[in-house]
Write a protein that binds this ligand. Structure first.
Ligand code: PLP
Length: 375
């Protein structure tokens, strides 16, 4: 059987990894400024993470959500403490799309409405309602297109008011910093305006923190730069450092009832052990502080490179915009300099999403390589 060919692959086969480095089968070492798409938060193969998962699987890897799982309770407690999101409740699932799917569904259950407002260049995953909330026709199948979605320009507060005033919008879903789209971010006034509109019109504000959450921006959540209180916060990627886990944080205004949401694998023992270790290491190793410091260093160095026309993003969720498509540059960085970076929907944007453990010396390696390639 061959693999269903949906991914254009780079001809590299990683077989092991250590912190910010990945090694292929020839033991060639690559600097990972991509983090497997913003997934690696505490560094590859962190010893605490390896131990926690190994010990957990040797005791109990999985049992269903029909029994008590104290690890879920611990995870909810630690998440509340570290994120500062007081009194939210946690529902666990397995991926970012699933988190957003549950968020949208829960919003609709909560207020009885069914239309979604989302923003141009947003990305929320590839499942039914989540994929419909993008403006990328290529990834929306006819079966998804039946969802009622209005896509607005990021920053269009007037458009948001017009849409919400019709009183049929269950949720507004926003990435406070867009990931896949290319690191665009609107103003605090916009996010706060949308939050106020949501409260006024009984619409749920869903903050999609799948990529920007778990300390990546230097704050626990990207929305926390603004004065907003999302009704639902979706999380995944950095949450498990590669172990599949996602979830939603649910404001206490939204009430649970038996059977409202459910999952077989979500919140299993192994996934919880992985995510608990991620939180422990983020705190112990001051990784949010590190994200801020390294980000400032990175931005200073980027300012010295005249070919870089725009520096976007926050913390270790950064984008370098050039006035030419970056595809070739990205290939050169990978194959000649052994550095992984990311691309975006914006073809001129190089994305930087390293493990939050990265150090200045690694940033220097990147800029040395970039300068050589831009000569
Ligand atoms: C902001 C955002 N939301 C949702 C998703 C979907 O997550 P997953 O691929 O885990 O389903 C992604 C993935 O890139 C994302 O960046």
């Amino acid at each position: 059987m061959s693999l269903f060919n949906v991914y254009p692959l780079f001809d590299i086969t990683p077989v092991k990894a250590d912190d910010v480095f990945v090694f292929d089968e020839n033991n060639t070492k690559y600097l990972d400024l991509y983090g497997g798409h913003a997934v690696i938060s505490i560094g590859h193969s962190h010893p605490k993470y390896v131990t926690a998962i190994s010990e957990q699987v040797s005791k109990l890897g999985f049992y269903s959500n029909s029994i008590k799982n104290p690890l879920q309770v611990q995870l909810a407690d630690q998440l509340e403490r570290l994120s500062g999101c007081k009194d939210y409740e946690l529902f666990l699932c397995n991926s970012g799309a699933e988190a957003n799917e549950n968020a949208l569904k829960l919003a609709s259950f909560h207020n009885g409405k069914k239309k979604v407002v989302a923003f141009k260049n947003g990305f929320h995953g590839r499942t039914s309602a989540a994929v419909a909330a993008t403006d990328n026709a290529k990834i929306i199948a006819p079966i998804n297109a039946q969802q009622e979605v209005e896509i607005l320009e990021l920053g269009d507060l007037e458009g948001a008011e017009k849409a919400l005033a019709k009183n049929d919008v269950c949720a507004v879903i926003i990435e406070c910093i867009q990931g896949v789209g290319g690191l665009d971010e609107s103003t605090a006034a916009f996010y706060e305006g949308v939050d106020a509109l949501c409260k006024n019109y009984n619409t749920c504000f869903i903050a999609d923190e799948v990529q920007s959450g778990f300390g990546r921006t230097g704050d626990f959540f990207a929305f926390q730069k603004h004065g907003i209180t999302p009704d639902i916060i979706s999380i995944a990627k950095g949450m498990g450092n590669g172990f599949p886990i996602g979830g939603i944080l649910i404001h206490p205004n939204i009430k649970a009832s038996f059977g409202l949401l459910g999952t077989t694998f979500g919140g299993n023992h192994l996934a919880c052990a992985a995510s608990l270790t991620v939180l422990e290491v983020i705190e112990e190793e001051h990784l949010m502080q590190n994200a801020k410091e390294i980000s400032a260093y990175f931005i200073e160095k980027a300012k010295e490179v005249s070919a870089i026309k725009n520096i976007k993003g926050r913390g270790l969720m950064l984008g370098l915009e050039f006035d030419f498509p970056i595809a070739e540059l990205r290939k050169k960085l990978i194959f000649e300099h052994k550095i992984f970076t990311g691309s975006a929907k914006n073809p001129n944007l190089l994305r930087i999403l390293p493990p939050l453990t990265i150090k200045k010396e690694h940033i220097d390696l990147f800029f040395d390589a970039l300068k050589k390639e831009l000569k």
